[in-house]
Design a protein around this ligand. Structure first.
Ligand code: PLP
Length: 624
């Protein structure tokens, strides 16, 4: 039950039932309200949807928004902060309509707003947001159309803030505001010198590609003064990067930004909002450390440190407390989605049994391998390891030079793997493993072939080595007896997961249950709500998965709120510019030619065409 570290990474949302099923609850720690994931899977299948499925638990999103807002409120009241807090969900973190709709619906209670980083995101935000007390922060590079849209939002009564990201934007903003006779609310994005360590933290620091340095900000002030618009400047923004694991870096940035904020007040700007961007990390591996996939602080600590950091500087400078804005995305949506998939097959690295003695005509290189195996003991592990690598190379070379047959080569490899297996078993009794043998367990681990695409559903696992918690969603009352890595169905050698969360950091295999012939084995990848959906790509033309959203009721029952069917083959082909009608016409002709040549009958042609059409309408993933 402790094997998969749920207690550490699950933030109270996940638990295990007495019958070994994974449970999920929308209220952390309240397992009387929990839902069994295998039960949800059964419901999904009854509705005719196949795996893989992205499952969203709608009320987890509600809970996360509540937690962030309440935590800021309590930090502010505890510390006597006189400003307030407003969240702005950055659409880029998960742009799906359902997600933004859920954020704005539940966020209304807290006037939780939106952040848009492009025209398309702004168009989406303007259509989705109804709450004029919430902020609508516009980041990203802005052309005339973007600026005009923002100004229209202001005309409609939205608190729409145009954040100047590069010096060239300002003259256009001034010109468009004057032309439209709209008084805009402006912000500036500052390049802080504080920098953070993290996989996604390139956005901070002097060399960051976004934002203005001190000289450029002073220039913005002077230009606004000239245009008689300095009172429009109300917000200071920075973004240190996403997933900042170390609270010290967050505090340093807050302190520096607060000084800049006070400086802007001193310059006569009408400052009201201090926007810290994103960065609030998610503890994916549950280690509560400053590892990249974790964070060494709690949400409450983050809020207290931010509020205290702002107060310390501003009180010292005699500046009024601002509205603190954060653009947390990851922390809002990560917990709310999980990817569920079935295992299709498993490959084991188990050598065939070896004979007691080799036949007399056995090739010399294979004989050397065999003798090495026979001499193996606890004291000569390293020596035998070196020898078998050498002899295996000899076998391979002999094969390349045509001196042994393919069957003999297979025989040699079999002895090699049996020796590796025995070395792995023996080395468990060693006090410490020689450096070279460290990966030996992984070399022997199983490969579980899973019905999903890493590139489509967990792109960050492939692109930047991000860790996600992954575990079986049932049979959790049964000790797993296998160790394995996961391969997806893209047939790309990068289409695998071989780095898993671990209390010490990362491990190279995960415990898995033996597959049963008659039953499906289901796994889940968790905390995948942030960034994964739209970053995913169509590698091998595997498309969007089915998406199912449930809402858990107070009594622990649940409703299926919505289901979105994943891409069909036809959808995917059209994304890459195929005209499927044209494809079908061509295929009909190919089949007719085959009839003409006498290769198939007209009846066979009909069946083949039918299969082709069914293929076009089918799911892009493996269907049983
Ligand atoms: N704000 C801006 C400007 C960003 O670029 C990002 C993403 O990197 C975010 C907010 C969201 O960050 P996070 O998901 O860490 O909360």
């Amino acid at each position: 039950r402790e094997l998969y570290g749920i207690r550490e990474w699950g933030a109270g949302y996940f638990g295990i039932s007495d019958s070994g099923e994974l449970l999920v609850t929308p209220e952390p720690g309240r397992f009387d309200k929990a839902v069994s994931i295998p039960e949800v899977i059964a419901g999904i299948q009854e509705r005719g949807l196949d795996m893989p499925v992205l499952l969203r638990i709608e009320n987890i999103l509600d809970t996360q928004i509540t937690l962030i807002n309440e935590s800021f409120r309590s930090a502010m009241s505890g510390l006597g902060f006189k400003g307030s807090y407003l969240g702005a969900y950055p659409i880029k973190v998960n742009q799906q309509h359902q997600v933004v709709e859920a954020v704005t619906r539940h966020g209304k209670k807290y006037h939780h707003g939106l952040e848009a980083g492009s025209k398309a995101e702004l168009v989406a935000a303007m259509g989705m947001l109804r709450d004029t007390e919430a902020v609508l922060v516009c980041n990203g590079y802005k052309d005339e159309e973007f600026i005009d849209l923002g100004l229209h939002a202001t005309q409609l009564g939205f608190t729409c803030i145009l954040v100047v990201e590069m010096p060239g934007e300002l003259p256009l903003i001034i010109e468009r505001s004057k032309a439209k006779k709209v008084k805009p609310i402006l912000g500036v994005r500052v390049k802080l010198s504080a920098q953070a360590n993290g996989l996604w933290s390139e956005s901070g620091g002097d060399r960051s590609i976004f934002g203005l340095n001190a000289t450029q900000i002073i220039d913005v002030i002077d230009r606004l003064k000239e245009a008689d618009m300095l009172d429009c400047l109300q917000l200071l923004h920075y973004h240190l990067g996403s997933q900042i694991p170390n609270i010290r870096e967050i505090r340093n940035a807050v302190a520096e930004a607060s000084r800049v904020y006070a400086g802007l007040v001193g310059e006569g700007a009408n400052m009201r909002y201090l926007d810290l961007g994103g960065g609030l990390a998610v503890d994916y591996d549950g280690t509560q450390t400053n590892f990249m996939s974790s964070r060494n602080y709690t949400l409450d600590e983050y809020c207290v440190d931010v509020v205290e950091g702002v107060m310390t500087v501003l009180d010292e400078q005699g500046v009024d407390h601002p509205v603190i804005v954060t653009e947390s995305g990851r922390a809002v949506v990560a917990y709310y989605s999980m990817l569920l998939f079935n295992v299709l097959d498993a490959a084991r690295f188990e050598p065939d049994p070896l004979p007691e003695v080799l036949p007399d005509d056995t090739n010399i290189h294979i004989r050397h391998l065999f003798e090495t195996l026979q001499s193996l003991n606890l004291r000569n592990i390293q020596e035998c390891f070196n020898d078998i690598l050498y002899y295996r190379d000899e076998v391979r070379q002999a094969f390349s030079h045509g001196k042994i047959t393919f069957r003999e080569r297979a025989q040699g490899e079999n002895v090699f793997w049996e020796t590796i297996r025995r070395i792995a078993t023996l080395s468990r009794d060693l006090p410490s493993l020689p450096h070279e043998l460290e990966g030996i367990g992984q070399a022997l681990s199983d490969i579980y072939y899973c019905n999903f695409s890493v590139f489509q559903s967990l792109p960050d696992a492939w692109a930047i080595g991000q860790l996600f918690p992954i575990m079986p969603v049932h049979r959790l009352d049964e000790r797993p007896t296998r160790e394995g890595i996961l391969a997806d169905i893209t047939c790309d050698c990068d289409g695998k997961i071989d780095r898993f969360i671990d209390r010490q950091g990362v491990k190279r295999t995960m415990p898995l249950h033996e597959l049963k012939e008659t039953d499906e084995y289901y796994l889940g990848a968790f905390l995948v709500g942030a960034y994964q959906e739209t970053l995913g790509d169509l590698h091998n033309l595997l498309g969007d998965t089915n998406v199912v959203t449930i809402r858990v009721r107070d009594n622990g029952e649940f409703d299926f709120v919505s289901e979105l069917e994943g891409d069909t083959v036809e959808d995917i082909l059209s994304y890459v510019e195929y005209d499927t009608k044209h494809l079908l016409t061509r295929f009909r002709e190919t089949a007719e030619n085959a009839v003409r040549d006498g290769r198939i009958t007209a009846g066979q042609r009909r069946a083949i065409l039918q299969a082709y059409k069914t293929g076009l309408q089918g799911y892009t993933y493996f269907e049983r």
